[in-house]
Design a protein around this ligand. Structure first.
Ligand SMILES: [Zn+2]
Length: 240
């Protein structure tokens, strides 16, 4: 089993440190910055061997160069965004597989937040790293794509088992929950989740990762019946 560590950085980013104990390979998903990530790895006696980027935004790639300088790690990321992530060593696209030690991840194309956004799915570990595509009770903003594309991404995520853990890159949960209840005021599971998230955040606790099952019950973007509805509520959230 992979060991996965959450590293909170900047105002609300989560960087994920992923250790494969058989080979001792250690990977970082979307390092916004370098120092807290290097410190978290060193504290566990792990050496970073890989960085995997989901998309080009600086709060997902800003630590690439310094971590590579410190460790000599290999940086893997979306081929379609190579021009914007010049530190990439390995370019991948949907349908490719990437290995962390002996463990294989499938690469998914999930364009919409950015045009070349990808996700990494570890099927055997029931874990997916989605970057800024899905959040707890939310989805990413449509900076470089369409509601149709994000709807397709949500439908693809909905094919995963309920137990699959979803590692998103921001702590947006409380804001998303407060918006979601305005979209689905009759959803009891959502109301209960909002209350739980309010308590967790008041206690300073993280609310990520989430699971596909929790999102299936409470995420209005995953639950949207068609792309037009996803687009409508995404625009409302943007204006909120
Ligand atoms: Zn982003």
């Amino acid at each position: 089993m992979l060991e996965i560590v959450r590293i909170p950085v900047l105002s609300d980013n989560y960087v994920w440190l992923v250790h494969e104990p058989q080979s001792k390979a250690t990977m970082v998903v979307d390092p916004a910055v370098a120092d807290p990530v290097l410190e978290a790895a060193a504290a566990r006696g792990w050496t970073i061997t890989d960085i995997w980027n989901t998309h080009w935004h600086p709060d997902h790639t800003g630590g690439n160069a310094a971590i590579k300088d410190a460790t000599g790690c290999t940086i893997t990321g979306p081929a379609a965004e190579f021009a914007r992530i010049p530190t990439l060593d390995v370019q991948v696209t949907g349908g490719d597989t990437v290995k962390l030690g002996d463990v294989v991840a499938d690469v998914w194309d999930v364009p919409a937040h950015t045009a070349g956004h990808i996700a990494y799915h570890f099927a055997d570990d029931a874990a997916i790293f989605v970057g800024d595509t899905m959040f707890a009770m939310g989805c990413g903003r449509l900076f470089e794509g369409t509601a149709e594309q994000m709807f397709a991404n949500m439908q693809q995520l909905a094919t995963l088992d309920d137990a699959t853990r979803v590692y998103c890159a921001h702590e947006y949960t409380l804001s998303n929950a407060r918006f979601a209840v305005t979209v689905e005021p009759e959803n009891d599971a959502l109301a209960a989740r909002l209350a739980a998230v309010e308590s967790a955040r008041a206690a300073g606790e993280a609310t990520v990762p989430t699971t596909i099952g929790a999102e299936r019950a409470t995420n209005p973007f995953l639950r949207a019946p068609h792309a037009a509805e996803l687009g409508r509520i995404r625009a409302l959230k943007d204006a909120a």
